[in-house]
Write a protein that binds this ligand. Structure first.
Ligand SMILES: *Cc1c(COP(=O)(O)O)cnc(C)c1O
Length: 396
């Protein structure tokens, strides 16, 4: 592999490139303004201000108050905190939680942990496009239900959930509603009052910010326990000296995301539809996974019959194209992704899936090259597939 090989990066759901403007914003807080925000002397004011400013920018981006934003070490921590701390704080009222079968593992594994601690969890089915069924949600509600946690948009298939309707149902029943908005925040408009969520998780590295920083929005009035015990940072709920460069970078990334959202959504949607339409028209025996319209502007997910997604990924990699066959966390295991199984794909079709997630930096020329490579590779893999041979022999 040569050093200067050109890469076409189509895995923005796994992580994004940190924007150079974000890096520039972060740099002074390493060696220049390194003061601890909790210190009293003048020198620490720059750090203190940077944290306050990022909190304000993020609050504004959601229509929230600054004191409702808590910095964390990323999306996984925010999900863990929201679910575990709500479970603990509300267990006198009940010990039942509702979530969906297509959540990120940060939510699913947290729920499984709570089951081992005596909580009961309902994992809702989704329809074939990956949408939670509201009637099933209503039926799942019990007198002891304390929390509904449903993601805003899915990281694999891009489907956007009817979050507003879910929030209304939760509110009517006096149940807390948390949403994992890691894939949606900064990519589609979100307002915590218009949508009505009580808690929301987001992460820096999915919006061209740094890795290892995120936040949890907690609506005023929600009883929630401290997640990290120690100092008085984050209103005594998440102790530890603030990750000042990370927070400054997250604030800048949020600001850029909000300011460029409209333009980016338009550009990504056009490019996504171009890629999707060409692949569907030019590669036979292919389906699109996820909702055709209600999906993230940058998400494409295909299932190619008669091939293995892993082989496709390796060959795309050799052509300089970075994609994913499921979520990064499940790669390495041979089970098809829980999300693809939940939308009803049979194992053999789920195995032939490919996720391509774009950014505003991608171009139409890149998409043309990618379509050509997909066609060439899928044809080659099918030519080696005994299943495809059988299928062709049977006269289709
Ligand atoms: C990436 C992701 C997470 C985890 O965020 P980290 O910052 O990597 O911990 C959680 N949920 C969803 C939907 C994600 O896409």
């Amino acid at each position: 592999m040569s050093e200067d090989r050109k890469i076409i990066y189509l895995d923005n759901a796994a992580t994004t490139r940190t924007s150079p403007k974000v890096v520039e914003e972060m740099l002074p807080f390493f060696s220049e303004y390194y003061g601890n925000p909790s210190s009293v002397y003048e020198f620490s004011n720059a750090s203190k201000k940077a944290v306050a400013q990022a909190r304000q920018v993020i609050a504004d981006s959601l229509g929230a108050k600054p004191q409702e934003i808590y910095f964390t070490a990323g999306g996984s921590e925010s999900d863990n905190w929201a679910i575990k701390a709500a479970a603990e704080a509300y267990q006198e009222k009940g010990r039942h939680i509702i979530t969906s079968k297509i959540e990120h593992h940060a939510v699913l594994h947290t729920c499984q942990y709570l089951e081992s601690r005596g909580f009961s969890v309902t994992y809702l089915d989704v329809d074939e496009q990956g949408v939670v069924k509201l009637e099933e949600l209503k039926k799942a509600i019990r007198p002891d239900t304390i929390l509904i946690s449903i993601m805003f948009a899915n990281n694999e298939i891009g489907t956007i959930q009817p979050v507003k309707e879910i929030a209304e149902i939760a509110r009517e029943h006096g149940i807390l509603f948390h949403t994992d908005a890691v894939q949606a925040y900064g990519h589609v408009p979100i307002n915590v009052d218009a949508f009505g969520m009580d808690m929301l998780s987001a992460s820096g590295h999915k919006i061209n910010g740094p890795k290892g920083i995120g936040f949890l929005y907690i609506r005023t009035g929600v009883k929630i326990r401290s997640f990290v015990h120690g100092g008085a940072q984050e209103r005594k709920r998440r102790a530890g000296t603030e990750n000042v460069p990370g927070i400054a970078g997250l604030g800048k990334a949020a600001e850029l995301a909000v300011n460029t959202m409209e333009e980016r959504m338009k550009k990504e949607t056009e490019l996504r539809d171009y890629l999707m339409d060409r692949v569907m028209a030019e590669v036979p025996y292919t389906r699109v996974n996820g909702h055709r319209k209600n999906r993230l502007p940058n998400n494409c997910n295909f299932a190619f019959q008669f091939i293995e997604g892993e082989s496709l990924l390796i060959m795309l990699d050799m052509a300089g194209i970075c994609g994913s066959s499921g979520s990064a966390c499940t790669s390495g295991s041979l089970d098809p992704s829980h999300v693809l199984l939940a939308i009803g794909l049979p194992h053999e079709i789920a195995h032939g899936s490919l996720r391509l997630t774009l950014s505003e930096e991608n171009t139409k020329e890149e998409m043309d090259y990618v379509v050509g490579e997909i066609k060439r590779i899928v044809e080659r893999l099918r030519a080696m597939s005994p299943l495809y041979e059988d299928f062709v022999k049977k006269g289709r």
